[in-house]
Each structure stands twice: as C-alpha cells, then as structure tokens.
Design a protein around this ligand. Sequence first.
Ligand SMILES: *[C@@H]1O[C@H](CO)[C@@H](O)[C@H](O)[C@H]1NC(C)=O
Ligand SMILES: *[C@@H]1O[C@H](CO)[C@@H](O)[C@H](O)[C@H]1NC(C)=O
Ligand SMILES: *[C@@H]1O[C@H](CO)[C@@H](O)[C@H](O)[C@H]1NC(C)=O
Ligand SMILES: *[C@@H]1O[C@H](CO)[C@@H](O)[C@H](O)[C@H]1NC(C)=O
Ligand SMILES: *[C@@H]1O[C@H](CO)[C@@H](O)[C@H](O)[C@H]1NC(C)=O
Length: 514
Amino acid sequence: MLHGSGVARYLSEIPFWRPPLKSKPATTATLLVLTLFLVAAFSSSSWFHTTTSFFNTIVVSEKPKISVQKLEIPLNCTSIINQTQTCPKNYPDTFQTDQDLDSAIPNVFCPDYFRWIHEDLRPWKTTGITRDMVERAKTTATFRLVIISGKAYVEKYKDAIQTRDVFTIWGILQLLRKYPGRLPDLEIMFETEDRPVIKSSDYRGPNATGPPPLFRYCGDKETLDIVFPDWSFWGWAEINIKPWDSILKDIKQGNNRTKWIDREPYAYWKGNPFVIENRQDLLKCNVSDQQDWNAHLFIQDWISEGQQGFKQSNVADQCTYRYKIYIEGFAWSVSEKYILACDSVTLIVQPHYYDFFMRSMQPVEHYWPIRDDDKCRSLKFAVDWGNKHKKKAQEIGKAASSFMQEQLKMDYIYDYMFHLLNEYAKLLKFEPKIPEGAVELCSEVMACHAEGLEGRKKQFMMESLVKGPSTTSPCALSPPYEIGTLAAFLRRKINSVMQVKKWETGYWENLNKQ
Ligand SMILES: *[C@@H]1O[C@H](CO)[C@@H](O)[C@H](O)[C@H]1NC(C)=O
Ligand SMILES: *[C@@H]1O[C@H](CO)[C@@H](O)[C@H](O)[C@H]1NC(C)=O
Ligand SMILES: *[C@@H]1O[C@H](CO)[C@@H](O)[C@H](O)[C@H]1NC(C)=O
Ligand SMILES: *[C@@H]1O[C@H](CO)[C@@H](O)[C@H](O)[C@H]1NC(C)=O
Ligand SMILES: *[C@@H]1O[C@H](CO)[C@@H](O)[C@H](O)[C@H]1NC(C)=O
C-alpha cells in the first residue's frame, strides 16, 4: 500500500533541486551559488595540493619548496616547585610559518562559517566592549579566562556540568601552544550551561546599556551569547567520546567499510529522550506491529553503557543506517557533528539553537529538514524520498560528511577560536588584567597529574595535545557578509525548507487518495 504507483510516480516527479530564490532575478541566485561555491572550494584544505576536475584551468600552487621545520615540544612535567606543578618558562613565545619564509605561499581563506564571527560580535561593533559590560556577564559565568602576554589565567565562579570547563580551557591552552605569541591580551567570560541567556530584548531602546559579552556553546534568535566550539572537540571523558580528531579518523574508516547503499534503509536515532518533551514526541514514531514510519529509535542508557565499557556507544560504529535523525536536547546537542559525519542523510528536526558551524549549512544540500510539529509523517516521507532518489540522497550525505572532514577538521577549530578571540580583543576598550586570586594555567598544570574517569581525562588530554607551534599561519578571515548576500543566503534556507514541506504535503495527499 505504501509504495502504491501513485506515490511512486509522485516521488519520482519531485525534482531534486529548484533554485528557490523565486522573487529574485536568476543572476543573483547564480552569483550567490557561485560565490558560495568559490568560497567553499578555496577554503577546502585539500585545494592547494590536489587538482580538481571542476576548474582545470586554475593554476594549482605547488607544495612549498622550503618549509619550516616542525618543532615538537612535549609536556614538561618536571617543572615542579614546592611540590606544585608550574608552567615551564621555556615554551617559545614566537614561531615561524611557511608563509613567513616564502611570501608566495598563499594564505588559504577560512571556511564560510567563520563569517558568522562578525555577526556574533556585531552588537559591540560601534560601542566596543567596556570593562563594565564584561563584569556584568559574571552573573551567570562559569569562569573568566584572561590571556596576558600569551599566558592564560582562569578565575572560576561556579562548578560546571561534568568536565565541560576543564576541556574547554584545555582547548584554549592548546590554541596557545599552536599559535604562541599571536593571541592578543583579552578577558572573556564563559558559561558552560546549555542555553543562551543574554536576551537581546533587554538591550533595546534609547536608554539600554550595552549587552554583556558572554561566551558559550550555542545561541538562538532571541539572544546575543557568543558561540564557541564545545568541549567535546577535546573529548567528553564521562561518556568516553574521544577527541574529535580521533573520531573523524574512525568515522572515515567506518564509512569506507559500510557503504551507503548497503546500510539499513531507515532513519535511526539513539539518545536520551528524557531531557525534553520534543524527544519523547519523536519516540512515538518508532516502528512497531501497528505502524511503520521508517524510523528505528533507541534509548541510550549511559549508566548501563558505562558499566559495559561503552561497547555499544562507539559513535563511529553508529553509521549503519542510510538516514540518521538529529534532534535537539535541552539545547543544541553535541551529537550533531558525529551524525553529520556519517555519510548518511542527516534528518534534522527543525532546530531552535545553533552552534558555531551549523548556520552555514543548507537544507537539502547538507541535510534534510524534518518538521517538528508532524515528525512521523515527515520522517516517513524523507526516507521514502531518499530510497527513491538514491543518488541524490547519497550526495546529501556526502556533502555533510565532507564538510565535517574538511571544513570542521581540528586545524579549523583552532583557527575559528583564534579569529573569534582576535576580533573580540580588537573591540576591548580597557586593558585586560590578571584578576586577584586567578591561577595561571598551562597544559602542564592541567595534564601532568590529571586523574579520574578511569584515566580518560588524562588520556584525552594527551590525545588532543597540540605537539608544538604550527608551521602554517591561521587561515585568512573573510570580511563580514554584505547585507544582501546574507539575506539571500537565509532566504535560500527558508525556501528550501518550504519546498520540502510542499513535496511532503503532496506526498501525503497522493497517499491518502489511494
Ligand atoms: C616554597 O615554599 C616556602 C615555604 O612555604 C616559601 O617560603 C617559598 O616562597 C616557596 N617558593 C616558591 C617559589 O613559591
Ligand atoms: C622544564 O622546565 C624547567 C622549569 O621551567 C626547566 O628548567 C627545564 O629545563 C625544562 N625541561 C625541558 C626538558 O625543557
Ligand atoms: C530614558 O531616560 C530618560 C532620562 O532618564 C527618561 O526620561 C526616559 O523616560 C527613558 N526612556 C525609556 C524608554 O526608558
Ligand atoms: C577503503 O577500503 C578499501 C578496501 O575496502 C581500501 O583499499 C582503502 O584503503 C580504504 N580507504 C580508507 C581511506 O580507509
Ligand atoms: C523501537 O522499536 C525497536 C524495534 O521494535 C525496539 O527494539 C526499540 O526498543 C524501540 N525503541 C523504543 C524507544 O521503544
């Protein structure tokens, strides 16, 4: 009944892609797509060392003839004074890159999502950031992080959930090892809780004060919190999720082992449904004797998984379905990047929050949008569509996993942090200073004697340790979006989602006619 000829015909008639910028002249749309393509192409890390079939005429630059000697500086755990681990004094405070040696070596443009850095800092663009604004962010902050002359100091205000603060600070310390001496003096307030809190509506009107700049892992339309890569890029020790670098490699191998076409032709989700209503609503779509919405849904029980040594929860082994569902938890969910890296089509239930990279991904190009008010029927249609258009479905899966492997590789995570902190520091109207009672932190102080979580804390730190100063400069940050370009980009996003809704409605009308 479900694959009746009417529906089959309907599905095969759905075109894969219609330029959604209907109200605009075609040239704008074409230009935009071309621009996006160019930016994406040039920002792709492999660009300079591979020839691509698309622009055969473009001269591909060679690998540098002379290049900087890579310097490895292991942790110095012997710098102990008075039985306390201290920060060694001899880590270099400058470094040389290939670009410094040979100015002909081009500086690669950063991926497109870096341009949101300008948008996130826009509230302070004309006013700058005063000490008063920073101090007001203290109300909810987990810690204050200060960088002065390349050294990091942390003042802690409250306990974080699990090791979120530990691995976030660890990440910033690795950034300092990667680009020593390149980060300006600064002070940031960071909150490690899930949901953004700086409501933009509180900072409107003629008498409004400037909003406090507060860093966290996600944002939404109503708030001004500044988004920063989450702790799990360096590992989530409590649930045995390794640093992102290692996971990317595992998933790449896994994707090679289990081809899309050989995967289960259903939508898969495994997670904790108890954090939010919306996820419990999703569970209603699970396959049973009475219904089949093409969805196979499972509850993740972290406690019992932990007791079994996390054998069932290796994210790299979870790429065995053609479709994988992403649904937000209490806020954005860390699971997002692991799902998108799978080569499967990611079915994203209409999200409310964004992290630092998601905003530059496009529905239908990188993922498939799922309605949040009619999840089951939406899932059913998505999977039927994909199984009918296998080539297109695979392209969507591939676009997302390539994005993860290339644009979201660890080098770019550091570059994102580098540029965000740099741009932020440019706005500071006061001189950062070391707060009283703050401690100097460095990789040695955090890692040399780290213990706990069955050794995973130390293990993940050693695994994600930056070995020494970078031999290349950070990628080049593109200027802010032109208002028109950004508007067109967002319009394209909305139009794609509306287009899918229309196809979906047509699909169900056809099905109900039979
Ligand atoms: C080591 O401890 C002693 C006694 O507490 C103290 O007098 C001395 O200043 C400390 N040295 C350093 C370098 O902190
Ligand atoms: C470790 O640090 C101490 C104190 O800064 C220094 O004296 C020592 O030479 C360092 N060891 C190495 C191997 O760099
Ligand atoms: C702004 O401040 C002025 C002077 O204190 C006051 O008269 C006015 O009502 C305030 N406006 C708003 C919108 O709060
Ligand atoms: C993918 O698998 C093939 C054989 O199945 C192997 O030859 C190749 O090296 C693998 N590639 C990667 C990147 O693992
Ligand atoms: C969903 O259905 C599958 C197959 O019947 C079952 O194994 C699984 O436990 C169900 N999930 C939930 C959350 O009930």
